[in-house]
Design a protein around this ligand. Sequence first.
Ligand SMILES: [Zn+2]
Length: 268
Amino acid sequence: MKNKLKRAILLFVTAIIAFSCSQVFLTGRKQMLLIDQGQITSLSNQAYTDIMKESKLSTNSAHIKMVREVGNNITDAVGRYIKEKGSDRVLEGITWKFDVIESDQVNAFCLPNGNIVFYEGIMKLTNTPDLVAVVMGHEIAHALAKHGNERMSQEMLVGTVGQALSAYIGTENQKTQALFQLAFGVGSQLGVTLPYSRKHEYEADKLGLILMAMAGYDINVAPGFWERMSDGKAGTMEFFSTHPSDANRVKQIRAVLPEAAKYAPSKL
Ligand SMILES: [Zn+2]
């Protein structure tokens, strides 16, 4: 028990040190990242394999082409930006891959390893490259901002407090795996099911707009897209259970448009 308590205190100290060390790409917000990126990547790879085993890839070649093109354009543009700024560490453990799954679910998600999946259902709402770029930019932003690691870290701290008082169960790997499940709710056929916090969603919106601007897409379609999503009907769609949209969210998106516009290729 004594050792466990020591361990908990040590974790807290580590957390505080890490908190002052990590900053989110572009937004500069300080964040606490306690989980090894390599572990997160291998858990993401496993989750991706599991999801794909249960899913059928889309055969709509026009949709696949559009999603891959937009994904490649945005990740190429941000890759060039990152290289220029010398902040390569942000891409550690990330290998971008873009898939479209045959499913009516109105959904899209990104795993922390850079696997981005669109469902056929959302393609009805993102029927132009600019609209695909709104969702794509947002999903890429979650990965670049390390929201998965941050969320697992927060869960770990809460768990550490609880576990210091009770028995410490499982190996390190099992614990990280459990944290991953907690943070993402990865399940067969469902993909990533748990919503990010409002703070993470707003940050992904802002960062996503910057990323789509970098790749030369029209950021002005974004408020309308989220507005359509925030009307009554959209509330029942899967994407909006993981990406809740409302008037405040749209307001924030409008407010950051001028800043995002500065990253357009002609402005850089
Ligand atoms: Zn999101």
